[in-house]
Design a protein around this ligand. Sequence first.
Ligand code: NAD
Length: 244
Amino acid sequence: MEDKIKTLAEWIKDSTYTVVFTGAGMSTEAGIPDFRSKTGLWKKYDPIKMASVDAMHNNSREFYEFYRTRLKTLSDAQPHKGHKILAELETQGMIQAIITQNVDGLHHRAGSKRVIELHGTLREAECIKCGRIYEADVLEKSDIPKCKCGGLIKPGVILFGEMLPAEALRQADLETRRSHLFIVIGSSLEVSPANYFPLQAKHTGAKLVFINLDPTDMDDHADLLIRGKAGEVLEKLFITYFRS
Ligand code: NAD
């Protein structure tokens, strides 16, 4: 592990453009469960039932209950050392952008500036009819929250069955093509089209690094594979090679 962290530090120092791509595993050490690992949310809920457009319309009570539970988990969570280290590495000019599948806002709260949220955010909610934006706590005020116009208010996240936001996709595509080093942290890489970015980075010449607890189907594509917890790996990397 130490040798791999040393290699990663050298690659970061040599790289002229480094992009970090995070998934739910980035936030498990902050107390927010991921979806697919042993303690993940999908072990308790069926994703298509809970986090889909269909569920919002046809299984509304359970859908909103699921999101209230997720909001509660989020309100108790703080960015961990790994989030803060990524923000510090950006300040040092070592990281140029973060593309995240996470909806928890922890990169922003840790101080990262260039963050592209591919799957939206749980910080906000939106009326599906008139587009009015609300603070997320509107979801806690009634069982099935409705806008003044009568439309359902939906969490600001991208649900199964929805397109990803075009502007976020465009930005993520641009950052990916610019990258010389592309570091994936805490993602099973099972959700598409987000999982297309690491491969795209590789095709356009970037070195590809995975930091993940469990194996993924894309491990063979990685130039460097670090099996470990995001916060712990980033802390070792930072303390040994980047603390001024
Ligand atoms: P996933 O649940 O499919 O995979 C998480 C991966 O992270 C697993 O491979 C697991 O081994 C790894 N992991 C868990 N803890 C880790 C740790 N401490 N350090 C390193 N790796 C760790 O998550 P995904 O690939 O991001 O895709 C699923 C979807 O999950 C995304 O669309 C995302 O929007 C949504 N999601 C987001 C949050 C969040 O915002 N925090 C939480 C749950 C799910």
